[in-house]
Every structure is written in C-alpha cells, then in structure tokens.
Design a protein around this ligand. Structure first.
Ligand SMILES: NC(=O)c1ccc[n+]([C@@H]2O[C@H](COP(=O)([O-])OP(=O)(O)OC[C@H]3O[C@@H](n4cnc5c(N)ncnc54)[C@H](O)[C@@H]3O)[C@@H](O)[C@H]2O)c1
Length: 322
C-alpha cells in the first residue's frame, strides 16, 4: 500500500515507518524537523529510514496547504502523527498548537477529502480524558473537560474528524496514545529526562511528590496497534481507540525500575503538581483488542532496560545538551 506518514522524523512516526517498510509498503514520510526538541535527534531518526527501499522523505510543514494537498492525493492511507506535542509546553506556546494541531489537521482533512483517500488514521491522546476520575478510561467516557490546550486540540481533532467522515464519507480512525516510551524516544518526556539527569549525577524533578501513575506503553506495542488501525478491514466510518498498556505504573515504581537498569541511586527533587497535568492515566483497551487485534505485551521491566540500552548507545543528544 501507499502510506503517507506525517511526523516521520518523530518518535512514533519513525518507528511506524520502519515497520511499514519492513512489511513491504511504500511510505512517504513528512516532517518539518522543528526545534521543539533536538533537531539532530530527528535527523538521526530520519537517517535510519532514508536507505530503506520504498521510503521517500519530504521536509515540509502541515500548515503549507498546497504541498499537503499534492502529497496526500492518491495515497491509500494517511497516518497523521505530526503535531505539537507536550502538555507543559502548551502553557507557554499556545499558538504552536493552534498551527500544527488545528490548522495542520484541517489541511490533512481537506487533503484527504479532495485527494480521495479512503482512510485517515490520526494521533489523539490520553490527555483528552483530562481529570476524569473513573478509571480505567474507556472510549465511551465523556471527554469534555480537557485541562490543557494540548488536550483541547486533540479533542478538537476527534470532532473535526467526525465531521469530515460524516460529510465526505472517508474513514477516520483516532488513536488515543498513552505515555509512549522506548528507544529513539522523546527528550521532553520523563523517562529521557530522568535518565539524563541520573547519568549526570543530578536530582530528578518528581511532580506531585511522586503521587502519579501512568499507563506507560512500549513503542513496539503502539506500532502494532497503529498498524491494526491502518489495515483492519470492516472498521466503521469514524472510530476512536485507546492504545495503552492497560497496566498503570506508579511513578516511583518507574523510577525504581530505571534506577535498577542504570545501576544508579536516584536523587529526588519532590515538586508540586504541574498545571495542566493529570495525576493518573489508565487505559481500558478492550475495544482495540476486540476490533484491532491489539495486545500490549511489554511491561516496564523489559521496556525500560531496552530504552536505557539504546540511550547509552546514542550520544549526540548529550553533546548538544538538548
Ligand atoms: N509519545 C507519546 O507519549 C504520545 C502520547 C499521546 C499522543 N501522542 C501524539 O502522537 C503523535 C506522535 O508523537 P511523538 O511522541 O512521536 O512526537 P514527536 O514530537 O516525536 O513527533 C512529531 C513530529 O511531528 C513533526 N511536526 C510537528 N509539527 C509539524 C508540522 N506543522 N508540520 C510537519 N511536521 C511537524 C515534528 O518535527 C516531529 O518530528 C503526536 O500527535 C502526539 O501528540 C504521543
């Protein structure tokens, strides 16, 4: 199949593209290589894709409507992973979210509509559940009370996708990812920040005094779930799936597992809850299991050592201290 992957130099997009290419698909990757975090890391991820048969990498921006329109036309599936990610950054840089996540997503929808693309798969986020107290979070729960602009834009994407499926009869499948981690991960996320600090002998910032839990989901499981959304036949015109691990971990247990993998005792800098953050995420994945054949199988006892092994083998990020 011909598959267009936006955010292909990003964490999830680079892994997904590699896996699709290994399965023999043609992948056009699209990314603007912005400097939200290390551009070198994005270039390095991209460099792992470029030699692979079937890959075309294009540098461009989702807000460039004409370019997106041209590239999307005639694709079998579009997978939109490009976005301004991060909850904390959205407090200081709200317009970055408006550009990439709202205008950019509208351009993708319009391009799918006019380019006659039968299926759009796109990244939503567990953050749409906001401060919901009922756990585990399931797709039929109300998600009308986001607590960050990032979450609000992801919820907006789900609404926009529904409208376009309804009006223009192409499929839109939204994936609510839960705290994805693994090799080639994101330098703005806790696992990377903690690893970097512990290796440097520095204290790690632990928000809400450590009283948090996250449904940490390993990248290989996310790739399999996303491929389920790309290839499963008989999906309805519009659908939403949780892709989590269905096994939330206390933050302090995550830190203990990381400390064992590194062989370093952590120094903790206990801090209050951050605005926009939520204390807990926990995915009910019954729907993805039943309809996409999704079966998360990587506990943090395996996934965190795999991340640490990769991190130690990858140095440029430390050289430029991003
Ligand atoms: N990693 C997680 O834990 C997680 C959790 C929930 C949702 N998500 C969502 O999944 C998607 C992928 O996340 P990720 O962790 O790989 O993030 P990432 O930041 O590593 O990847 C996103 C990529 O999109 C690119 N990009 C951003 N704006 C762009 C634009 N306007 N035009 C073209 N490219 C642009 C960036 O350069 C980056 O390479 C995002 O939509 C994110 O919001 C991720």
């Amino acid at each position: 199949m011909k598959i267009f992957v936006t955010g292909s130099a990003g964490f999830i997009g680079s892994h997904l593209s590699r896996s699709l290419l290994a399965d023999g698909h043609e992948v056009t990757g699209f990314d603007n290589f912005n400097d939200y975090y290390s551009v070198q890391l994005k270039r390095d991820r991209h460099a792992t894709l470029e030699p692979l048969a079937g890959y075309t990498g294009i540098e461009g921006d989702l807000t460039d409507r004409d370019t997106v329109m041209d590239l999307v036309a005639g694709q079998d599936v579009v997978v939109n992973l490009a976005a301004q990610a991060g909850v904390r950054y959205s407090l200081e840089h709200p317009h970055a979210y408006e550009q990439a996540n709202l205008l950019g997503f509208l351009n993708i929808l319009e391009a799918c509509r006019h380019g006659k693309v039968p299926r759009l798969v796109y990244a939503s986020s567990s953050s749409v559940y906001g401060g919901n107290e009922k756990q585990p979070f399931s797709e039929e729960d109300r998600v009308d009370t986001p607590v960050s602009l990032y979450a609000a834009t992801k919820k907006a994407n789900e609404l926009m996708a529904h409208t376009y499926s309804h009006l223009y009869k192409f499929q839109t499948i939204g994936l609510r990812f839960f705290t994805v981690y693994g090799p080639w991960g994101r330098p703005d996320m806790a696992l990377w920040l903690f690893t970097k600090a512990m290796l440097a002998g520095e204290a790690i910032p632990v928000f809400n005094q450590g009283d948090m839990q996250r449904d940490f989901t390993y990248i290989d499981d996310i790739v399999e779930g996303t491929k389920g959304a790309i290839f499963t036949e008989d999906l309805p015109p519009y659908d939403i799936f949780n892709l989590g691990n269905n096994d939330p971990e206390k933050l302090m247990d995550m830190i203990r597992t990381l400390s064992e993998a590194l062989g370093i005792e952590p120094q903790l800098n206990l801090l209050p809850m951050q605005p926009g953050d939520v204390p807990s995420t926990y995915a009910n994945v019954d729907k993805a299991r039943a309809k996409l054949g999704y079966e998360p199988s990587t506990p943090i006892s395996i996934g965190i050592p795999a991340f640490v092994k990769w991190y130690k083998s990858y140095h440029p990020i430390d050289r430029e201290s991003a």
